[in-house]
Design a protein around this ligand. Structure first.
Ligand SMILES: Cc1ncc(COP(=O)(O)O)c(C=O)c1O
Length: 401
C-alpha cells in the first residue's frame, strides 16, 4: 500500500462511477448516468462548422489557448450570458475544463483542510468529491421542493464553531433532486447572504433545459441580481447541451476572485481544449445554439412526460416524487426503512438500473431515496425500464414484511 496523501486517502470510487460501466451493457436499461442523449448531439452542425473553418482558424484550434479561454469564445459566451441577464460587465469570465473544474478551482482558492463548506442534501456527487479532496468539513442542509431550507441553514450557522467559507447550491433542475428554487427562496437566500462573508457557488449546469414558459422566468440565475454585499460565483457548462466530450464549462466571478482563479487554472491545465473552444464559439457566433436548445428542450420534455406516465402507471403508492420542470432527473423518496442499495441488485437482475440515494448524501448514509435520469436511454425503453424498477421495489418490499 502506498503512502497516499491525506487529501486523497478518503476518496473512494462512487457507486455511480461503477454503475457507468453497467450503463453501457446493451441488456440493461440504465436510468443511472446523468449523460445527455447521444442521438441529440449536433454532429452535422459541428461537421459543417469544422469543414468550413478557415485553414488559419483550424491551425489555431490545434494550438494552446490563453488561460482565460479562446478570446472569441469568451466574447460570444459573454453575449450568451448577458442575454440571460447575467452581469458580465462587472465580472470576469473564465473558460474551464467542464464546470467541475470551475468548482475545483473555487474550492482550491478558498478552502484549507478543515474549512467548512455548506452543501445541499442531497448534492451533486462530483462537487462532494471535490470538497472531500480538499479535506473540507462538509455540513449539509436539506433541500425541499422550493429549495434549501433556510430555517435549518440559520440554525446550522449558529451551531458551527466557525463561519462556513462556501455555500454550494444548484438552484435549477437540481442534480439529483430534480427541484427548482422558487423565486421567493432565491430572494430570501440573497437576503440571507448579505454581509455574511460566505461565498456562494451557484451551479447552473442545467438552466437552459427548461420545459415550460413559466419556469423559464423562475430559473433566472441568482447571479443576475448579484448584490454588492454578497459574493456569488456562477458556474455553467456546455456538457448537458453540446456534450460532455467538449469538456467546456465556465466561471463568472468578480475581478478579485477571478485573478486567483486564472493563476490556479494555469497550474492545473494551462488552458481548456482549444479545439472544442473554437467549435463551440462558431456554434454560438453563428446563432446555431438557439434552435438547438429549443430542440433539446422539446425532446427532454417528451422524455420527462413518458417517464412520468410510466411512473404513475407502475410505481407503488408509497414511492413519492416531484415532476421535474427541466433537466434530466426524477428523485424518489421511499419509506425510511427502505434501502435503495438492496433494491438495486434485484433491478439489475431484471434488466434496469438507477442510482441509490446515499451516493448524493454528503454524509454517504441516507439511502431511502434514489435517482432516475430520463436523458440517455431510447424513448421506447422508458416504460419497460420503469416497470422493472417498480417491480423490483415491490419484490423488495414483500421480503421486508
Ligand atoms: C449539477 C452539476 N454540476 C456540474 C456538473 C459537471 O459537469 P461538467 O464538468 O461536465 O461541466 C454536473 C455533471 O453531471 C452536474 O450534474
Amino acid at each position: 500500500m502506498y503512502a497516499f496523501s491525506k487529501s486523497v486517502k478518503e476518496l473512494r470510487s462512487s457507486e455511480i462511477r461503477d454503475l457507468m460501466k453497467l450503463a453501457t451493457r446493451p441488456d440493461i436499461i440504465s436510468f443511472a448516468g446523468g449523460m445527455p442523449n447521444n442521438d441529440l448531439f449536433p454532429i452535422e452542425a459541428i461537421d459543417e462548422i469544422y469543414n468550413n473553418l478557415d485553414p488559419k482558424l483550424k491551425k489555431t484550434a490545434f494550438q494552446y489557448a490563453p488561460t482565460q479561454g479562446y478570446p472569441r469564445l469568451v466574447k460570444s459566451l459573454r453575449k450568451f450570458l448577458k442575454d440571460k441577464g447575467l452581469p458580465v460587465k462587472n465580472n470576469k469570465l473564465l473558460i474551464t475544463t467542464g464546470s467541475l473544474q470551475a468548482i475545483n478551482i473555487l474550492t482550491k482558492e478558498f478552502i484549507d483542510p478543515g474549512d467548512i463548506v455548506l452543501t445541499e442534501s442531497p448534492s451533486f456527487i462530483g462537487a462532494i468529491s471535490v470538497f472531500k479532496s480538499y479535506q473540507a468539513r462538509m455540513e449539509s442542509i436539506p433541500v425541499f421542493e422550493d429549495g434549501i431550507d433556510l430555517g435549518i441553514l440559520r440554525k446550522k450557522l449558529e451551531s458551527l464553531p466557525t463561519l462556513p467559507k462556501l455555500l454550494y447550491i444548484t438552484p435549477n433542475f437540481h442534480n439529483p433532486a430534480g427541484i427548482t428554487y422558487s423565486s421567493k427562496k432565491r430572494k430570501e437566500l440573497l437576503e440571507f447572504l448579505a454581509n455574511k462573508d460566505i461565498i456562494m457557488i451557484e451551479d447552473d449546469a442545467y438552466g437552459d433545459l427548461y420545459f415550460d414558459e413559466e419556469i423559464k422566468d423562475i430559473v433566472r440565475p441568482m447571479k443576475c441580481d448579484d448584490p454588492d454585499d454578497a459574493t456569488i460565483c456562477y458556474t455553467g457548462s456546455f456538457s448537458k447541451i453540446l456534450g460532455p466530450g467538449f469538456r467546456l464549462g465556465w466561471l463568472l466571478v468578480n475581478q478579485e476572485v477571478y485573478e486567483k482563479c486564472e493563476l490556479i487554472k494555469q497550474a492545473m491545465d494551462a488552458c481548456s481544449p482549444n479545439f472544442t473552444q473554437v467549435l463551440a464559439n462558431e456554434f454560438l457566433e453563428q446563432g446555431k445554439i438557439y434552435p438547438y436548445l429549443d430542440m433539446l428542450r422539446a425532446n427532454y420534455r417528451k422524455r420527462r412526460d413518458l417517464m412520468n406516465e410510466a411512473l404513475l402507471k407502475y410505481m407503488p403508492n408509497y414511492v413519492k416524487w416531484n415532476v421535474p420542470r427541466g433537466g434530466f432527473y426524477f428523485w424518489f423518496e421511499m419509506p425510511p426503512k427502505f434501502n435503495a442499495s438492496e433494491i438495486m441488485p434485484i433491478a439489475i437482475e431484471k434488466g434496469a438500473v438507477f442510482v441509490s440515494g446515499k451516493t448524493f448524501d454528503p454524509a454517504g448514509v441516507k439511502n431511502n431515496n434514489f435517482r432516475m435520469s430520463f436523458s440517455n436511454m431510447g424513448m421506447d425503453q422508458i416504460d419497460k425500464g420503469v416497470k422493472i424498477i417498480a417491480k423490483s421495489i415491490l419484490e423488495y418490499e414483500s421480503k421486508l414484511k
